[in-house]
Design a protein around this ligand. Structure first.
Ligand SMILES: [Zn+2]
Ligand SMILES: [Zn+2]
Length: 262
């Protein structure tokens, strides 16, 4: 159904109808393109056949807790846990990702994050909703991983908050975009080890006092773009649980492979 007709049928507020009308106008002016290349596609947001074939969707087997990809099921042992989760379980109870963080995923995520391609949030969120359907079904609240205010000022938008808003629109799970604050700017985690990552983000996040009441007893689904060792998600989960959240799960766009599981 055309976006405008759908908006009117759903009785969206005027702003929603204007946005839908804008999309219709845009579709008429610019035919839909594959999100990762210039190939024309039939529907906005679909990958072309070549990009679809190149896309690394996360599929089983994965670690039951943190969702990291196994090369084969035996790597998880009888508990189906990765080496990291076997050594120490994270503060969050489960994490899932839509894509493997590979060259193809970077073609979507880097422009989304650094080049103002904010319209990609919808496409990415659609794949996250599929990968995280079970987590979304149990969540009371979506909370994005925050940026430090300096970085937010430079970038002008928080990519995790855009993903959380897009997921909230499709799932109807409410989003609390400013529940967490980054207390201090942390350097890019880049090539650091898991232990260094954990030390770098330790205590870097806190729940805003005015938001704590909204979190008490709630099952929170934390949203981010990329997860590597899980140190950032763990630090955020600790802050949310400290503020009284009943449970924290994590949904990300892409997951970096664990070199130990190659
Ligand atoms: Zn393509
Ligand atoms: Zn794990």
């Amino acid at each position: 159904m055309p976006a405008l007709a759908e908006a009117i049928l759903r009785r969206l507020p005027a702003s929603g109808i204007i946005a839908a009308a804008g999309r219709v106008a845009l579709d008429l002016l610019v035919p839909p393109h594959c999100p990762t290349c210039d190939q024309e596609v039939s529907v906005q947001g679909l990958f072309c056949a070549a990009c679809f074939a190149r896309t690394g969707f996360v599929t089983d087997p994965v670690c039951t807790v943190c969702g990291v990809m196994f090369a084969h099921a035996a790597q998880g042992g009888t508990e189906r846990l990765c080496p990291g989760c076997r050594a120490a379980l994270p503060a969050f109870s489960r994490a899932r990702a839509a894509f493997r963080y590979d060259a193809q995923a970077r073609r979507m995520i880097l422009p989304f994050k650094h080049a103002d391609r904010t319209e990609l949030a919808g496409v990415l969120a659609r794949h996250m909703a599929r990968a995280g359907a079970a987590l979304l079904a149990q969540a009371d609240l979506l909370v994005p991983v925050p940026l430090h205010r300096k970085r937010l000022f430079q970038r002008r938008y928080n990519q995790a908050a855009l993903l959380a808003r897009a997921l909230s629109r499709s799932s109807k799970v409410p989003v609390l975009p400013d529940a967490l604050a980054r207390q201090r700017a942390t350097p890019p985690l880049g090539a650091r080890s898991a232990a260094e990552r954990a030390a770098t983000v330790d205590g870097a996040f806190a729940v805003r006092r005015a938001r704590a009441a909204r979190l008490a007893g709630r099952r929170v689904l934390l949203i981010d773009d990329v997860m590597t060792s899980g140190a950032t998600a763990n630090a955020c989960a600790l802050a949310l649980l400290d503020a009284g959240a009943a449970d924290v799960t994590v949904l990300v766009t892409a997951r970096v492979a664990d070199p130990r599981l190659a």
